[in-house]
Design a protein around this ligand. Structure first.
Ligand SMILES: CC(C)(COP(=O)(O)OP(=O)(O)OC[C@H]1O[C@@H](n2cnc3c(N)ncnc32)[C@H](O)[C@@H]1OP(=O)(O)O)[C@@H](O)C(=O)NCCC(=O)NCCS
Length: 150
């Protein structure tokens, strides 16, 4: 099994990225209206990331570099049929390595409350001080943070 985390660059990978997000974070939650054309996806400091396993896209997130040494990860998802097999933990570790390489020291996430256990298991803790304004605050979500080991 060979994992790779890539910053999305080609149309085929964009399609997989949006398909995983649409089904995992909208349709499974009974939501419609997923928009795959939001300009935020293409900002230079927003890194749309795809986890591939043996060349097949199985997980996604977007890492927003706040350009002050901190970043926000958004919409973490693993394809439904492949969950609870350790792929989310690999995604988290590879995103942390990626964040370190682009110079980040601290990450934040606004975690869906039913995913808090996943974040706790992968080294995140609840925010107890000030979170970046861009993290936002949503009902049913928990603000969490992780320091990136050097
Ligand atoms: C959250 C998600 C990314 C986790 O991915 P995954 O591949 O299932 O996670 P893993 O199998 O690597 O699990 C890693 C650890 O987290 C735990 N875990 C995973 N999902 C969990 C959950 N929902 N609640 C509690 N613990 C959870 C696992 O038990 C495991 O712990 P262990 O190694 O100590 O046994 C995946 O369930 C998902 O895509 N969910 C739908 C989208 C979503 O809710 N995303 C979060 C939005 S903020």
């Amino acid at each position: 099994m060979k994992y790779a985390l890539i910053r999305i660059a080609d149309a085929a990978d964009w399609q997989v990225y949006h398909a995983i997000r649409r089904s995992s974070l909208w349709e499974e939650r009974g939501l419609g209206g997923y928009d795959d054309a939001r300009p935020q996806e293409r900002f230079h400091h927003h890194h749309a990331l795809l986890l591939k396993l043996d060349e097949v896209g199985i997980g996604t997130t977007r890492l927003d570099d706040l350009r002050d040494g901190t970043g926000i990860i958004r919409l973490v998802a693993i394809t439904a049929s492949l969950r609870r097999q350790g792929h989310g933990r690999v995604l988290d570790m590879m995103v942390e390595n990626y964040a370190r390489e682009i110079g980040l020291r601290v990450l934040f996430v606004s975690a869906a409350s039913d995913a808090e256990g996943f974040y706790m298991a992968t080294g995140w803790t609840r925010v107890t001080t000030q979170a970046p304004e861009l993290l936002g605050y949503a009902d049913e979500c928990v603000q969490m943070t992780k320091s990136i080991a050097r």
